[in-house]
Design a protein around this ligand. Structure first.
Ligand code: AMP
Length: 122
């Protein structure tokens, strides 16, 4: 599953401007936009501009500047969304067990209400 980067995945198409998004932030390394199906009052996605499938390849092959850029953008987006005091949760799915749906690395930023326990209990 997701062995090779798919240039036509939906976030690649957003990065190319082929599909619209509600942009929150953009810089040299990242784009942040509102999730189309929000799971909390704030649900923003932060993605690297590079061709990375998940944290698996990003952590192994991205440059230090790209890694720093993504983490700094997450902090910036959380602040822009007014979550610095109330707090927030970040989440990045990677691979089959995680239920990753879009094969371009994305960090979810959730907030705006108490978010409950970290994982659904079985
Ligand atoms: P994941 O399950 O971690 O891969 O999450 C994929 C996320 O992408 C889901 O929360 C979707 O609602 C979101 N999503 C899918 N298509 C779009 C889109 N066109 N614009 C914004 N968010 C999207």
């Amino acid at each position: 599953m997701f062995d090779e980067y798919d240039n036509n995945n939906i976030f690649a198409r957003i990065l190319r401007g082929e599909i619209p998004c509600k942009k929150v932030h953009e810089d040299e390394y990242t784009l942040a936009f509102e999730d189309i199906n929000p799971q909390a009052p704030v649900h923003t996605l932060v993605i690297p501009k590079g061709r990375y499938i998940s944290m698996k390849d990003f952590s192994a092959t991205a440059s230090d500047a790209e890694i720093a850029g993504l983490i700094r953008a997450v902090g910036k987006v959380a602040a822009m969304k007014g979550l610095k005091e109330s707090g927030y949760r970040i989440l990045a799915n990677a691979g089959p067990n995680s239920h990753q749906e879009v094969p371009h690395l994305h960090i979810h930023v959730f907030g705006g209400q108490p978010l409950g326990p970290m994982l659904v209990k079985k």
